[in-house]
Design a protein around this ligand. Structure first.
Ligand code: GLY
Ligand code: MN
Ligand code: MN
Length: 455
């Protein structure tokens, strides 16, 4: 499919949602601002995911406006892109701009304008619209701009103009769409996961005692960029020894020591899509027996979750399946006391496992690593707490990432201290179950040991 058609189709789906909800209206979605790092240096620019989802346009300073005019039975959609005007002087320093002249042809939008005209043109577009779909309570700057546009429209009331009277959250509509990935998106996510898997293999093969955590991080980055990924999807975690029990530890300068584990949670971003993989391995290439025992429990928990990751089941079922295996493992290894807790069910119900497993097993994955979309079915009849968990569907993408983290303490046998294990893969829901797109890197303990031996 032509790339423009993908984004045009998405804009049309959004327009249809607006038509269904309010009979028409206008949606305004801006991309992300540039962010200063220090003095006159900027952080590398990253577009806003919602904006990119609807345009495929990566430049800063842009806003998409979608106007939906309905007649009760059908609707017409007109899209306007506001973008940076051409500017030879700035382009010499910062790079080529698309410019409004080329935007309709390149991006398939109906109209394009200079972003300098946004305030004036938007005020005109808002006149005679009842409903505005916009990001609500996003930032003081966005609120200020909205107030400005509304003031302009309201000032024309005596000329017969009716200003909008309904404000809706545009994100809710877009995030519902982003929850189900299309073939184009899954193709990119597959490639992103394959690159990340190669990066994990590189780190496994180069790992040896005496290296520092950031040196393994450098190997991950090498593979990401060398394979064409634009960025990391999130800050890489390279956590050795006790650091493996810190969930969002950054790669630091800790020395990798023989006898300890190293946990790497790292994934690249490719063409706007994230991957998210975790592997845990012994620094010297051989698991000790307590490490191996907990590793095998974690892997069995992941297998139980994978087994139940299929359309029709709820988002929570894989977590519950993993939790049972992890908690049984904690009882078997005497990290939880069966005589105190009485039963596996009670160990789960009382949350006794939480000392050693304190996060969920899954999250949505997509343009954002913790991707958007509700985790609950919309159920208008019930209050928030009653909303049932989301039913899994073909086209959704989730991570499956059980873990065990044993920090030193009187309540844990010393042989397990400072063992932190997480195993994380990326699963695409299909008609009959799920496909793991991140298994380019091995996961079984024996396979990891074999891979590390052959280096
Ligand atoms: N890498 C962050 C996470 O796994 O949720
Ligand atoms: Mn994750
Ligand atoms: Mn992760």
């Amino acid at each position: 499919m032509n790339k423009n058609t993908i984004y045009q189709n998405r804009r049309d789906v959004l327009a249809k949602k607006i038509f269904t909800k309010t009979g028409g209206g206008i949606a305004v979605i801006s991309t992300a601002p540039e962010v200063s790092r220090n003095r006159d240096s900027q952080f590398p620019y990253r577009h806003d995911s919602d904006f990119y989802y609807l345009t495929g346009f990566e430049e800063p300073g842009a806003t998409l406006v979608i106007q939906v005019v309905g007649n009760g039975k059908s609707y017409q959609l007109q899209s306007h892109l506001f973008c940076r005007p051409k500017d030879p002087e700035r382009e010499l320093w910062d790079g080529i701009r698309l410019g409004p002249e080329a935007a309709p042809e390149t991006l398939g939008v109906d109209f394009a304008h200079s972003n300098r005209d946004l305030d004036q043109k938007l005020s005109a577009l808002l006149a005679e619209q009842d409903a505005i779909y916009i990001r609500l309570a996003e930032s003081a700057e966005a609120d200020r701009r909205l107030r400005h546009w509304m003031k302009q429209v309201r000032s024309q009331v005596r000329s017969g103009i009716n200003p909008p009277s309904e404000f809706h959250d545009v994100e809710a509509c877009i995030h519902e769409m982003r929850l189900l990935k299309d073939a184009h998106e899954i193709g990119i996510m597959r490639r992103a996961a394959a690159i990340s898997a190669r990066a994990h293999i590189r780190a496994l093969q180069l790992c040896k005692p005496g290296l520092l955590e950031y040196q393994l991080e450098a190997e991950l980055l090498h593979e990401f960029r060398n394979s064409g990924a634009q960025s990391v999807a999130y800050n890489s975690i390279v956590a050795s020894g006790a650091n493996s029990c810190i969930l969002h530890y950054r790669a630091g300068s800790n020395e990798l020591r023989s006898g300890e584990l190293c946990l790497i949670d790292a994934g690249c971003e490719l063409d706007g899509y994230a991957s998210d993989i975790t592997r845990t391995f012994p620094v010297n290439g051989r698991f000790t027996s307590p490490q191996r025992a907990l590793y095998d429990i974690t892997l069995a928990a992941q297998e139980a979750a994978i087994e139940i990751t299929k359309p029709g089941n709820t988002f929570m079922q894989p977590h519950e399946a993993a939790l049972r295996v992890l908690t049984q493992g904690l009882l078997d290894e005497k990290l939880l006391s069966l005589s105190d807790l009485g039963s596996l069910d009670n160990a789960i119900e009382t949350g006794a496992y939480r000392r050693f497993y304190m996060h969920r097993t899954s999250h949505w994955l997509g343009m954002d690593v913790h991707d958007v979309g509700s985790y609950h079915e919309s159920n208008e009849d019930s209050n928030n707490t009653d909303k049932p968990w989301c039913i899994l569907k073909s086209g959704m993408v989730i991570t499956i990432e059980p873990g065990l983290y044993i920090r030193p303490g009187d309540d844990a046998n010393e042989q397990f201290w400072n063992i932190g294990i997480r195993i994380e893969d990326d699963a695409v829901l299909n008609d009959s179950g799920c496909e793991l797109i991140s298994r380019g890197v091995p996961v079984k303990a024996d396979e990891i040991e074999a891979l590390m031996k052959n280096t």
